[in-house]
Design a binder for this molecule. Structure first.
Ligand code: 5BU
Length: 267
């Protein structure tokens, strides 16, 4: 279906072209799922993308947990993502000073050359956003930053006043596509949406069709509740890659997310 009708005010209010690209892909494929592909080898990553690619709208990686990284092998993943029209999102959680973050966009993994979206903490100061943008500019590319406004893990230190500072940094920036929110709590997502307004996206990890506590402090809420509360993309990892029938699970998350968005926007 047409993105404009599906996304309502989010479509008309988000200025960032990458946000529109995501919304168009989501509308065409009928899914708001960003796959958290936390696999340990490039081969496993490519196999997973080929299997669930039709049911997802973006691909999130942790390039530094892959054992067999090489520029050539990683290109096979980038190609697979392209074939499935997926924005590539490296969840690097940059946190250093701006200049070092710029250089960390290069380095052995050369994130700037393939990632469309990266995550960053606001803890070191607002200049981290300019550092990351400078990293993309170094290779004549443009990308979008998702700032961590909340986290899904229990005991995290991102309280309400910290969230306010994150939004103050992000709301004026052409490089900030949106924020990471805590998908395990619909109340927190709703509070974040209230602060952010309509003009930027909220992507939420900490979602699973089986709600409750996950491993090592992870918490899970229901994807439908996160979207109804104002999330625009559900980040799903083990709910898809950790089950036997991965394509079937991905399709279930796709359907739940898409139905929730349609309900939210009154389609
Ligand atoms: P899971 O298997 O669905 O729990 O994986 C969640 C993914 O989202 C994993 O890659 C985390 O690094 C990522 N994540 C998260 O879980 N919570 C957060 O607050 C942030 C990222 Br930021």
């Amino acid at each position: 279906m047409r993105a404009e009708g599906l996304w309502g005010v989010r479509w008309s209010s988000c200025a960032n072209p990458l946000a529109h690209r995501f919304m168009e892909t989501a509308a065409r494929k009928g899914t708001l799922v960003c796959l958290a592909a936390d696999m340990r080898s490039v081969g496993e990553l490519v196999d997973l993308v080929e299997e669930v690619g039709p049911h997802i709208a973006a691909l999130k990686t942790h390039v530094d947990l892959v054992d067999d990284f090489s520029t050539e092998s990683w290109q096979s993943l980038v190609d697979a993502a392209k074939r499935h029209d997926l924005l590539l999102f490296e969840d690097r959680k940059f946190a250093d000073i701006g200049k070092v973050s710029q250089n960390q966009m290069a380095g052995v993994h050369d994130i700037r050359s393939w990632a469309d979206i990266v995550t960053a903490h606001r803890v070191s100061g607002p200049d981290i956003v300019d550092g990351i943008a400078a990293g993309w500019a170094d290779v004549e590319r443009i990308g979008g930053v998702l700032l961590l406004a909340q986290m899904s893990s229990s005991g995290n230190l991102l309280d309400g006043s910290y969230t306010d500072e994150v939004i103050a940094t992000g709301s004026g920036s052409p490089h900030v596509i949106g924020y990471i929110g805590n998908g395990s709590s619909a109340e927190e997502v709703a509070a974040l949406r209230e602060k952010v307004g309509d003009g930027q996206m909220i992507w939420t990890p900490g979602v699973n069709l089986a709600v409750g506590d996950g491993a090592m402090g992870q918490r899970y809420g229901h994807p439908r509740n996160a979207i109804l509360a104002g999330s625009d993309a559900i980040i799903v990892g083990s709910g898809i890659h950790g089950v036997d029938e991965r394509a079937k699970a991905a399709a279930e998350y796709a359907r739940a997310s898409f139905e929730a968005l349609s309900e939210r926007e009154g389609e």
